[in-house]
Design a protein around this ligand. Structure first.
Ligand code: FAD
Length: 306
């Protein structure tokens, strides 16, 4: 068995692998797609000490750093089930099975998409999902935020301080965000809120976004907004479907962890976007991965499994 078996090869899993391997213990990483969400990212400008890089480049650097150590990387493998026990078993979709004295879950998350024409075509070319990451790229420009829940309204408030103008579109007749956020939103001079709006298309000139179309659900009329960017904020879904009924999950499906990265199952730790730790960012995932790995090591030196 592995001393530390890591499920997920994004920034959190990579950091966990490096920290475990540096303890000289048997370390494995099983990942569907080594690199994780950064493979889908264009510019990264907020990873402290790296002024600017690109997602695929960052993913290569992650893998190279892990490969400096004696770590088994099992790529293109999907974990399908976790079986607790003295040795923790991870069953793979293809029928295989791996065992670890400890397991670190770092399967990340994915942004919900609105599935309208233009969304996929202009991803990273005007369509964005992360205001902390991409907000500054739209300095002085016009953007829309789709989604009037807490994350959408927070994004609109955040972006209003950077961009020229924000149009917030919500499908329902009312915003769903906390009252205090709505009050703040309505106090901002460069924000327009449109409710009962169903976004139907994101348009562009073949290279970049130049507008969006929405249906006014009260009148059934289709309307246009001219803009340079669209932030989609209708939710981030943790990749925990395969864990239901094992580790404790929050009502949003995130793995509940304590300050040491421990889950509800002894020997099972978690890190990164898949957990309840707030603010889904690379720098945070990396820190949490390192922490979970040190916690797993601490658990190993205190446990009787050999
Ligand atoms: P992930 O990166 O999601 O990695 C999860 C890993 O688990 C992957 O290897 C995946 O294949 C694997 N996995 C999932 N399910 C299974 C399974 N069942 N079995 C096996 N493996 C599985 N953050 C920033 O800090 N700066 C930015 O500029 C930035 N820009 C972004 C732009 C975009 C378009 C996106 C989508 C995200 C961006 N982020 C940015 C967020 C950042 O990418 C995430 O916070 C970070 O990647 C989280 O790392 P993670 O390791 O927790 O999860």
């Amino acid at each position: 068995p592995y001393d530390v078996l890591i499920v997920g090869g994004g920034p959190a899993g990579a950091a966990a692998a490096i920290y475990a391997a540096r303890k000289g213990i048997r370390t494995g990483v099983v990942a569907e797609r080594f690199g994780g969400q950064v493979l889908d990212t264009l510019a990264i400008e907020n990873f402290v000490s790296v002024q600017a890089t690109e997602g695929p480049k960052f993913a290569v650097a992650l893998e190279q750093h892990v490969r400096e150590y004696d770590v088994d990387i099992m790529n293109v493998q999907q974990a399908a089930e976790l079986v607790p026990g003295k040795l923790i078993e991870i069953k793979l979709k293809d029928g295989g099975s791996l065992k670890g004295k400890t397991v670190i879950l770092s399967t990340g998350a994915r942004w919900k998409t609105i599935n309208v024409p233009g969304e996929a075509e202009y991803r990273n070319h005007g369509v964005a999902y992360c205001p902390h990451c991409d907000g500054p790229l739209f300095k002085g420009k016009r953007v829309a935020v789709i989604g009037g829940g807490n994350s959408g309204v927070e994004a609109a408030i955040d972006l209003a301080g950077i961009v020229g103008h924000v149009t917030l579109l919500e499908f329902a007749p009312e915003l769903r965000a906390d009252a205090v956020l709505q009050k703040k939103l309505h106090s901002l001079p460069n924000v327009t809120v449109i409710t009962s709006a169903q976004t139907s298309e994101i348009t562009g000139d073949g290279k970049r976004v130049n507008g969006l179309l929405y249906k006014d659900r009260n009148t059934e009329e289709t309307k246009t907004v001219e803009l340079e960017g669209v932030f989609i904020q209708i939710g981030l879904v943790p990749n925990t479907e395969w864990l239901k009924g094992t580790v404790a999950l929050s009502r949003h499906g995130e793995i509940e962890v304590d300050a040491h990265g421990r889950t509800s199952i002894p020997g099972v730790f978690a890190a990164g976007d898949v957990t309840t730790v707030p603010y889904k960012q690379i720098v945070i995932a990396v820190g949490e991965g390192a922490k979970a790995s040190l916690s797993a090591f601490d658990y190993l030196i205190r446990s009787s499994v050999d």
